[in-house]
Design a protein. Structure first.
Lengths: 294, 289
């Protein structure tokens, strides 16, 4: 059996691909930004050679595609160099989005788990609701986001809650589907064993079904946390929200601030990565305490 | 407050609930009757929700701007078919379908191209998995800047959103044929190409269809959200955001109904094709999806 080495099987290939992507990015910076430089030169009535264009494509104010160092610089500027309370700090905007995400994710998880418990224990609920839960996953629920915000605003609910509700709505369905599968995962022989012990339904639930559902719960939690971040960002788009990563994207696209858009995108990506890996860590911690290998 | 509506809605709800409770406990002699009950129960649940919705909005006199009654939405839907059809054509037929085919096709091709290089697979798979968890819709404003306001920019967003799930699933699917089956192909002196077409692609079928199903939802979301960032004066996302601004909530709901039906129909078509293409898979043979 061949041993897996982290360095050879993980680090080297991934780094190579990331470097290749960066290289392609830099090439495209030159290709996409060159026409603007050439235009300016033509307007000034100058002839301009390729080697004079090249450096100018990397330092434009509003490039078509910002270069990696511009994005990194903007990220540094707007996270570390500014006070966190400043409205131009990305940390501030990320926090606004993150709080909506987490609130929505928490509500969605609790509601989804409760509904799954109901579905598993009641045949009528199972038969009548499960098809709708599955069908509702195929619906572009995100389209409803602007309306929820406006409607809730008009009855006086504003701020964090409307965005959180969109996140709730999105994270709800993966949890229900995953938990129903998980709570049903114990095999018949285990259920029969519980019967021979004369276990009450509550005991069967807490000692058999709930632990058996844990791996499924965490798998759907990973999906749910990623999708609730998307929900929070999209929830900030259509209403002209003033704060949050989605608002940064929108204002960037209005004023042509490409560097700002890219910085917000990278911030969102980092946020998603952190959230998913936190859930992943919790997953392995819980499984380890339950005595599973790996 | 109009309690007659409210009471009749609640009575209907209770009757439907009772009927469902009774129906799921019955076993009928004929298979056809059992199957009919299986379909009837969720449909009745859906109808009960609609009736409840209607009763509550009328009973409490909820202003239309908050929540229009289903009958009002239906009236709006039937009276503005031309607008809805134009939006549907712009968003679904042009942006979603083109982007879906291009994104899935590209993901599939790249997966086959990197199939012979374990190095590239090891490099691309973690990145693909990572990107799948990212809020990819965020690239919408950039695509709108690059490709203009019309449907081309929406296609670009959909292509990027659908590419990575397809890539990851296809690579996993191609690896799913077992060692024994591959050895058998070797004893037949099959070439790489023959092994691919006769063994590994069919074995990858369930994975590929899984990606196709995920992508059918993602594509519609991508196109609609991309329209929030700028679009010509037609399209489902455009209609939703402007009619919200003009407080025509019934039109928004009509548009959402169209999006829901389109999304479910799209998914159903992919699921039907899956059933006939991967008829050998246990999940299909068992009669479950």
């Amino acid at each position: 059996m061949e041993r897996h080495s982290f360095f050879r099987d993980r680090f080297v290939p991934v780094t190579t691909v990331v470097l290749a992507i960066l290289a392609i990015w830099v090439v495209f910076v030159v290709i996409l930004n060159a026409p603007f430089v050439r235009d300016q030169a033509a307007r000034a009535g100058e002839q301009i050679g390729f080697w004079e264009i090249l450096p100018k494509t990397f330092v434009q104010e509003r490039p078509v595609l910002p270069s990696p160092h511009q994005v990194a610089g903007e990220l540094w500027d707007s996270t570390v160099a500014r006070p966190i309370t400043s409205k131009r700090s990305l940390v501030y905007h990320a926090w606004i989005t993150l709080s909506a995400t987490l609130l929505g994710f928490a509500i969605g998880t609790v509601l989804g788990t409760l509904l799954a418990i109901g579905i598993v224990h009641n045949r009528a609920m199972d038969r009548s609701m499960m098809p709708w839960v599955i069908a509702s996953q195929t619906i572009p629920i995100l389209a409803i986001a602007p309306m929820i915000i406006v409607v809730l605003n008009s009855i006086g609910v504003s701020g964090l809650l409307p965005k959180a509700l969109i996140s709730t709505y999105l994270s709800f369905f993966p949890i229900v589907v995953g938990m129903v599968k998980g709570l049903r995962s114990p095999e018949t022989i285990y259920l029969d064993l519980m019967h021979t012990y004369n276990a009450s339904p509550a005991q069967i639930f807490w000692k058999l079904r709930w632990p058996a559902a844990m791996p499924y719960l965490f798998t759907s939690l990973k999906v749910a946390v990623a999708i609730s971040l998307v929900g929070a960002i999209v929830g900030e788009l259509p209403t002209g929200a003033v704060a949050g990563l989605g608002a940064r994207l929108l204002s960037g696209s209005y004023y042509g601030q490409t560097v700002q858009i890219w910085a917000a995108l990278f911030m969102a990506a980092a946020l998603a990565a952190v959230l998913v890996s936190i859930v992943g860590l919790a997953h392995s911690a819980v499984l380890k305490r339950m005595g599973a290998k790996a | 407050m109009n309690s007659a509506y409210l009471i009749s809605a609640i009575v209907f709800w209770l009757c439907a609930w009772g009927l469902n409770e009774w129906l799921v406990r019955q076993t009928f002699a004929s298979d056809a009757a059992n199957r009919a009950v299986r379909i009837f129960v969720p449909v009745l649940f859906g109808v009960a929700i609609l009736v409840m919705w209607e009763g509550v909005t009328r009973g409490f006199n909820i202003p239309t701007i908050l929540l229009p009654a289903p009958t009002m939405i239906w009236a709006k839907l039937t009276s503005s078919v031309p607008t809805l059809w134009a939006d549907f054509r712009q968003t679904f037929l042009k942006a979603v379908l083109t982007g879906y085919v291009m994104g899935c096709g590209l993901g599939f091709l790249v997966a086959i191209l990197i199939d012979r290089s374990p190095f590239l697979q090891k490099g691309l798979l973690p990145i693909g998995n990572f990107v799948s968890a990212l809020p990819v819709v965020g690239i919408a404003p950039i695509m709108v800047m690059w490709f203009g306001f019309d449907w081309q920019s929406k296609v670009a967003v959909v292509v990027i959103m659908t590419f990575f799930p397809m890539l990851v699933n296809t690579v996993q699917g191609l690896a799913s044929a077992s060692e024994m089956e591959r050895d058998l192909m070797r004893t037949y002196a099959a070439t790489w190409w023959q092994t691919l077409v006769k063994l590994r692609l069919p074995a990858a079928g369930p994975f590929i269809f899984n990606a196709l199903k995920i992508n059918s939802t993602l594509a519609l979301i991508g196109a609609i959200v991309a329209e929030f960032f700028g679009t010509p004066i037609v399209g489902m996302g455009f209609r939703i955001s402007t009619e919200v601004g003009r407080s025509n909530v019934d039109m928004v709901w009509a548009e959402i109904a169209v999006a829901a039906v389109a999304g479910s129909a799209f998914y159903a078509v992919v699921a039907l094709i899956e059933r006939s293409a991967t008829f050998w898979h246990p999940s299909v043979r068992g009669g479950q999806t």
